[in-house]
Design a protein around this ligand. Structure first.
Ligand SMILES: Cc1cc2nc3c(=O)[nH]c(=O)nc-3n(C[C@H](O)[C@H](O)[C@H](O)COP(=O)(O)O)c2cc1C
Length: 464
């Protein structure tokens, strides 16, 4: 079936780029994790190209606990807390959406509701929250725990966490604040809604001490792709980031998740699915291959092995020969979907451990492609037209160069094919993504049926 509309584009910014050796690239900003000017430049580049948003992942821990490999990587070692960073970037940009991860496992919902509502006000409607249950098990040790909670328990907490956050975001109706100097009435009492939430994980009274956000609610993003992750996304998320290696895999995921939405009274268009893609772009295919080879050369074996071990959920591969096959692995308690993707890949391609880490060094199991702008655009077009994606989570292998290449070479090609916008359509992230405004549950929705944000709008105690 022919497809209408245009692709969405998000720029997923790891400090020096997504390739595990990117920080060693001659053009890399090696101190990128704590270099504010670097991030402002990247955000402005993405905004110049009219990307929907930038996205900053997060980990509340130095992920690699092995000092031999940890001392050779730049990723998840030292970097800004992302909501703080996005607040700074908000002041240096006007249109681009600002999405950050915040974990539901090691936060309280009131904190998260408050911070993202504040970011939404500061940015005038450009905030998005990537709800993660924490892929890194070591985060537990920074929060007075001796172990990472079990996968199912994390998702159980995440579901209630999301309910509390969205409930807190509805603490005030859109027009609650009169600030009427004449009468002395600051807000209309009937338009304040106290949440009074009480559940297995949280007891939160509310109301939130931030007025309703310009977007009604900041955009809710989800990036887990296990069974529990897909179900939570179908219930709550408006954007999904995911990883897929092939068109068929991405199509199956797309059909599966979109098919779940009706269970929650949601229309398929109210959730945008953005698989990751890490493109190496050259003016010729040879140039793209040369850029790839240059990066692969920079991978230290200890770093490759450590990355693989982390992505498989913290398994110890040190006793296995690098040129032998991947051993049988116990099911992980960390990222189940990524472990499955990598094991399937290794078995399908007959990869040794070394070949597998070399394969994922560019994008950790996300779709990594290289070629000319036309080659890249052909493949993105096929995924978009083939109902495998509503857009892409673009993961530049190096920064700033990888983003510059995509913006200067691939974006014009996508525009030529009418696959990407010429101008921002709206003022907020929600409007640019084509997502409906979440009317306050107490207000009469004027949107057509199916346009409410599904599963989230529910009655809450008024003025309790
Ligand atoms: C594009 C993308 C970005 C992610 N960003 C983060 C992140 O910043 N922090 C984190 O702890 N997990 C992150 N994850 C991992 C997921 O949020 C999730 O915790 C993990 O995949 C485990 O869930 P699953 O078993 O349902 O897949 C990301 C995943 C994807 C695909």
């Amino acid at each position: 079936m022919a497809r209408h509309g245009q692709s969405k584009l998000n720029a997923f910014l790891h400090p020096t780029g997504h390739h595990v050796a990117a920080w060693r690239h001659p053009r890399a900003q090696a101190d990128a994790g704590v270099n504010f000017d670097h991030y402002v430049e990247l955000a402005r580049t993405a905004e110049r190209a009219k990307f929907d948003a930038i996205f900053l992942a997060d980990s509340a821990a130095v992920r690699d606990q092995n000092i031999e490999s940890a001392s050779r990587v730049a990723r998840y070692v030292v970097h800004f807390e992302p909501i703080t960073l996005l607040s700074g970037i908000a002041a240096a940009t006007r249109h681009i959406g600002l999405i950050a991860t915040a974990t539901t496992t090691y936060n309280e919902p009131f904190h998260i509701a408050r911070k993202f509502a504040s970011l939404d006000h500061i940015s005038k409607g450009r905030a998005g929250w990537n709800l993660a249950t924490s892929a890194g098990e070591v985060e537990a040790f920074n929060f007075s725990r001796t172990a990472h909670p079990a996968h199912a328990d994390r998702y159980d907490r995440a579901r209630e966490f999301a309910q509390v956050v969205t409930g807190l975001w509805d603490s005030w109706e859109d027009d609650a604040f009169l600030r009427d100097k004449e009468s002395g009435l600051y807000f209309e009492p009937s338009k304040q809604h106290v949440l009074n939430h009480s559940g297995p994980h949280f007891a939160v009274r509310g109301p939130l001490n931030v007025a309703r956000a310009p977007q009604g609610r900041p955009v809710l993003v989800q990036a887990g792709s296990s069974e529990a992750g897909k179900e939570l996304a179908a219930e709550t998320a408006e954007v999904i980031f995911t990883a897929a290696q092939t068109l068929e895999e991405a199509q199956a995921f797309y059909t599966d998740v979109k098919g779940r939405l009706s269970r929650y009274g949601r229309h398929a268009d109210t959730l945008k699915i953005l698989p990751g893609v890490s493109p190496i772009v050259g003016r010729t295919r040879d140039e793209a291959e040369a850029k790839f080879a240059e990066l692969q050369e920079l991978i230290h074996p200890a770093v490759g092995l450590s990355l693989l071990s982390q992505m498989l959920g913290g398994v110890d591969l040190s006793g296995h020969p690098l040129d032998g096959p991947l051993p049988e692995l116990p099911e992980t308690n960390a990222a189940k979907s990524r472990q499955k993707l990598l094991v399937d890949l290794a078995r399908r391609e007959g990869f040794s451990i070394r070949q597998l880490y070399q394969w994922i060094a560019g994008a950790r199991g996300h779709w990594a492609i290289r070629g000319t702008a036309k080659d890249i655009a052909d493949q993105l077009e096929a995924w978009f037209e083939g109902h495998a994606a509503d857009g892409f989570n673009v993961m530049p292998p190096t920064l700033p160069g990888g983003l510059d290449d995509f913006v200067d070479l691939v974006v014009p090609e996508l525009r030529r094919r009418k696959l990407f916008r010429e101008e921002y359509e709206g003022r907020t992230l929600r409007e640019n993504l084509g997502l409906p405004y979440p009317h306050h549950p107490a207000a009469k929705p004027s949107a057509p049926p199916g346009c409410e944000v599904g599963g989230q709008a529910r009655p809450i105690a008024a003025n309790g």
